[in-house]
Design a binder for this molecule. Structure first.
Ligand SMILES: [Zn+2]
Length: 214
C-alpha cells in the first residue's frame, strides 16, 4: 500500500479524571504518558511522509461532556473516540485507515507495586485479518527490542479482548499495552530516555511494516 493512501490514527489513553491509571509513586500517569508517546509517534510518521492524526489530545473531556458518574463519562469518551475514527473511515474508506490505541498496562488498582510486567497487544473479539496483521507487526517490533513479551500461546501474538474501541471501529484496530504502570522496573524503563525511545520506535516500525505488508 502506498503511504499516501493510508491514514494512521493514534489513540490516546483515558482521561485525567479517570481514577487510578498511574504508578503507585505517581511519577507515571497513563493518560499523560500515552499522549506524549502519541505526539512523538505522529511527528516521526509525518516526517517520513505518512498521514497521521491523534483521536483526542486534551487531558479531559470538555466541561459539558463531564459527568459525576465515572462510568457515564467513560462511555462518552469512548463513544467520542469511536465516532472520530468511524467518520475518518467514512471519508477515506475503512481499509485505508488504521487505529492504534496506546496504553500502559496495570495488574492491580490498589496503589501498590506488583510483579506482572511486559508488553502485549490486544485485538477485538471479532478482529479482522488486517487487525491481526497489524497486531503481529507491532508485536514483532516490540520483541526486537528485547522486551518481555506477553502472549496467549507460543503461536498467537495478540490477545482478543472485548474492548469498546476495538469492537466498534470500522478499520483495522489494535490496542498496545506498553509495559506495566504498577511494576517498578517497567516504570523505571518507561520513564527513561531509552524506554521512551523504544516505545516510540515500536509503534513507528510496527505501523510502517503493516502498511508495507498490504
Ligand atoms: Zn489503559
Amino acid at each position: 500500500m502506498k503511504k499516501s493512501e493510508v491514514l494512521v490514527i493514534l489513540g490516546t489513553p483515558h482521561r485525567l479524571r479517570e481514577p487510578g491509571k498511574q504508578s503507585p509513586d505517581g511519577r507515571l500517569r497513563e493518560c499523560v504518558y500515552g499522549r506524549e508517546v502519541c505526539a512523538e509517534v505522529a511527528l516521526k510518521l509525518e516526517s517520513m511522509g505518512y498521514k497521521c492524526v491523534i483521536d483526542y489530545t486534551p487531558l479531559d473531556l470538555p466541561k459539558e461532556m463531564q459527568s459525576p458518574s465515572v462510568r457515564q463519562e467513560r462511555q462518552r469518551e469512548l463513544a467520542m473516540r469511536v465516532n472520530f475514527v468511524n467518520e475518518i473511515c467514512r471519508q477515506n474508506g475503512a481499509k485505508n485507515v488504521l487505529y492504534v490505541s496506546i496504553h500502559v498496562d496495570a495488574s492491580g488498582n490498589d496503589g501498590k507495586w506488583h510483579e506482572p510486567n511486559g508488553w502485549s497487544v490486544r485485538v477485538g473479539t471479532k478482529a479482522s485479518a488486517r487487525s491481526k496483521l497489524l497486531a503481529d507487526c507491532l508485536f514483532d517490533a516490540a520483541k526486537s527490542y528485547g522486551l518481555k513479551m506477553r502472549q496467549p500461546t507460543a503461536k498467537q501474538k495478540y490477545w482478543p479482548q472485548e474492548l469498546y474501541v476495538l469492537n466498534n471501529t470500522n478499520c483495522p484496530a489494535v490496542l498496545t499495552e506498553n509495559l506495566f504502570q504498577d511494576n517498578i522496573n517497567d516504570v523505571a524503563l518507561l520513564l527513561s530516555d531509552e524506554g521512551r525511545h523504544i516505545i516510540e520506535r515500536i509503534h513507528v516500525e510496527g505501523i510502517i511494516k503493516y502498511i508495507e505488508c498490504l
